[in-house]
Design a protein around this ligand. Structure first.
Ligand code: NCD
Ligand code: ZN
Ligand code: ZN
Length: 343
């Protein structure tokens, strides 16, 4: 039995760090594990200009503990009116991608896109400038069943988008279904996907076992076991277009344990440990390094990290909660045993 694994320092290709005191609380967790992370722009108000992205990057860098090397990779929030000429400014500022949130699909998506057609000039500019498009892939029509929103998004939005912008690099973020895994597997080199640790480890039963468990609620929501198995197969199969993106999404505990609880699972405190558990359970620890440390960098056209991290098979209990400004943050699996530990 493998008891220790050393891999090239990984990156997190989908991360929420919020702002202010919340940001101070969570950035050290990610900086302790990852070399870089793609920072989601769904602040209130959203990050929609190169100047805002640069200022946000400075605040994140300032929250990295001394002695740690961590580089935030910035994104802009695509809206119906993000001007096409902002894209060149964004590229010059080092912004690597824009994020598509269909309006109303998830946390802080009110400013999101109401009709993809409205963004076509901007998408053309992105394709020219080499910026990636990161997609929260769910339709929002109330008549579509919540559990079908991702699969319907592929048919209604992604296939036409892919056809209209054949050389725009698109990342289908936090995929949760067999349909999404198949779509990405069958696509060309311009289409990739991130997979979270929680979607590899849990199916939708986790939200309801023994009572409603708000800390397992995220969007896209956990799906059936057949979908989880398809995600495990995709992530552990060695295909370079699937890579690590935690979607660690911190919310104050009292707003998750609420009549209308927020969507998002916090996993940054033990991200690699959770992925190692999922890969180990699939007998695929040897595939973790590609997924966590190579595929994302290669897809984005960025250099791979130097340096390594080591994970040991060792049972330990993650803290039940962390301070989060004036509130508390309850991590996934908090207070429960984890099977791997970062050395
Ligand atoms: C994310 C958040 O809280 O910002 N929530 C989530 O459930 N995943 C938004 C997102 O990535 O959709
Ligand atoms: Zn999302
Ligand atoms: Zn997210």
């Amino acid at each position: 039995m493998t008891t220790e694994i050393t891999i090239t320092r990984p990156d997190d290709w989908h991360l929420h760090v919020r702002d202010g005191a919340a940001l101070q609380a969570v950035v050290p967790h990610t900086a302790a594990q990852f070399g870089r992370a793609i920072i989601m722009p769904n602040l209130k108000p959203p990050v929609t200009t190169a100047a805002q992205a640069l200022a946000y990057r400075d605040r994140i860098r300032a929250a990295v503990p001394a002695g740690m090397n961590f580089e935030p990779l910035m994104t802009l929030y695509l809206t119906d009116n993000l001007p096409a000429d902002e894209i060149a400014r964004a590229r010059d500022a080092g912004v690597v991608a824009c994020k598509l949130y269909p309006a109303g699909a998830t946390t802080n998506s009110d400013a999101g896109v109401t009709d993809l057609r409205k963004t076509y000039k901007t998408l053309e500019a992105m394709q020219r400038a080499g910026l990636l498009l990161l997609v929260h892939g769910e339709v929002t029509s109330p008549d579509i069943d919540l559990f079908d929103r991702e699969a319907v998004f592929i048919e209604q939005q992604l296939i036409p988008l892919r056809r209209d912008f054949p050389e725009l690099k698109i990342v289908f973020e936090h995929i949760t279904t067999r349909e999404a895994a198949q779509y990405v597997r069958d696509a060309d080199r311009f289409t990739g996907a991130t997979v979270t640790a929680h979607h590899l480890l849990y199916n939708r039963n986790a939200i309801f076992t023994g009572g409603i468990r708000p800390h397992y609620y995220c969007l896209p929501v956990l799906k059936r076991e057949t979908h989880r198995l398809a995600l495990v197969e995709a992530a552990t199969g060695g295909n370079p277009r699937f890579f690590l993106g935690t979607d660690s999404a911190p919310h104050p505990a009292h707003l998750k344990e609420h009549a209308s609880g927020c969507a998002g699972c916090y996993t940054a405190h033990a991200a690699l440990e959770l992925y190692a558990e999922a890969f180990d359970a699939a007998g695929a620890l040897d595939k973790l390094e590609g997924f966590a440390s190579f595929h994302g960098a290669d897809f984005y056209g960025l250099p791979r990290n130097s340096g390594t991290v080591t994970l040991r098979r060792e049972s330990w209990n993650a803290p039940e909660q962390f301070a989060f400004g004036d509130a508390q943050l309850k991590p996934l699996r908090g207070g429960e045993p984890l099977l791997w530990r970062l050395a």
